[in-house]
Design a protein around this ligand. Sequence first.
Ligand code: ZN
Length: 163
Amino acid sequence: MILPIVKEPNPILHQKAIRVTKMTAEIKKLIADMIETMHAAPGVGLAANQVGSRLNLLVASADGVKGKELVLLNAVIKKQTGKALCPEGCLSLPGISSKVHRATEVVVEALAPTMEPVIVEAADLMAQILQHETDHLQGHLYVERLSFWKKKRLLLKYQGLPA
Ligand SMILES: [Zn+2]
């Protein structure tokens, strides 16, 4: 089922996600729906608060290949290396985009949907997606990483766009 995507200024986008401690049928359904919603948007990643859930859950797909999505619970970035200025946008802030400083490689600790601990090493676009989505789950949007004036200009543009 394709879920409606929560847009800024919805307060859930500014709330820290809650750790997932147990896999349930409901969460499995949410994961399947988030994957479907991400591909339909289309997008390369989605955090649970973007579909109105407080759970610490993200889905990612750098190549858009169905069935090969990365699904992580309670993801924490443990190591970041490299630096690049990457074009970035967000399904919760449609119509605007900007270049953002991101690490080019990350090491992430998380739980797989099986609830087993996993360590994910990612580079380039997947590293960028994981930084973007873990920011979401901490209650942050990519525009918060921009300079004050750049953020202000971009948000004014966003607010001026027809809904
Ligand atoms: Zn986003």
